[in-house]
Ligand binder design. Structure first.
Ligand SMILES: [Zn+2]
Length: 238
């Protein structure tokens, strides 16, 4: 007669594939949110680059206005200079104009630095935009692929569940109950083979000779003394 554990072992194979498939389905939303988080990171980088560029532009505009007002100041000094009554007054204006021109020079040097920064800022913004557009395109493809895969896997899951139900019909009811209880607990294997040398295929502990013998007997269902998994010792394996 065939051993009553044979249909259980067949069922276990299906269950293991089901577990793997369900894990894959469960991981898809996580993968999607990882992708979205990555995109959000790139959007944030672009915003930071734009902020920095705007900040430089504002500083540059301020400097330009300051230079303008200093130039106006010089023009006023020059008009007043023409009306100077004494040499001392005249020299005082020359001095003031010199001081203001030096101020303008200093500001114009700062302007040059800011203009260089602005150019760098613009190229950083362009890089960020390019990267973001590239990512958006890639992500759209990947999300579409994930949605497609998710739908496929769900369909596959329904078929496998139906197939599993048919396989369960072939199993002895009380062994199936025991199997289900152990599977829910262990989550990997409920039935394990006796390994050469008489070790449990689940926890690898050495089994008592009585257990390895009983594990071959179609009228007996025995568990490992250590991990509780059902042990099976198919005759053809010796
Ligand atoms: Zn064991």
């Amino acid at each position: 007669m065939s051993h009553p554990l044979e249909p259980i072992v067949a069922l276990q194979k299906k269950d293991r594939r089901l577990i793997k498939l369900m894990r894959e389905i469960r991981d898809i939303p996580q993968r999607k949110s990882d992708i979205e988080a990555q995109l959000a990171g790139s959007v944030k980088k672009l915003e930071t680059a734009l902020d920095s560029k705007r900040h430089t532009e504002v500083s540059l505009k301020d400097l330009e206005l300051e230079v303008e007002s200093l130039k106006e100041k010089i023009n006023k000094y020059k008009l007043q200079q023409m009306d100077a009554q004494t040499n001392d007054q005249y020299r005082a204006f020359v001095k003031e104009i010199g001081v203001t021109e030096r101020e303008i020079n200093e500001l114009e040097e700062k302007e040059i630095v800011l203009m260089e920064n602005l150019e760098k800022g613009k190229s950083i913004v362009a890089e960020c935009e390019e990267r973001l557009n590239h990512e958006k395109a890639g992500i759209a493809d990947e999300l579409a692929e994930l949605n497609e895969r998710s739908a496929e896997r769900m369909e596959q899951l329904e078929k496998m569940k139906a197939d599993r139900a048919r396989a369960a019909e072939l199993c002895d009811k009380s062994i199936l109950q025991k199997y289900t209880r152990i599977m829910n607990n262990k989550r990997d294997f409920a039935v394990v083979m006796v390994e050469p040398g008489g070790h449990c295929g689940g926890c690898h502990m050495k089994l008592p000779p009585q257990v390895t013998n009983d594990a071959r007997n179609p009228t007996k269902i025995v568990g490992c003394n250590f991990c509780g998994r059902i042990v099976y010792n198919p005759p053809e394996r010796g």
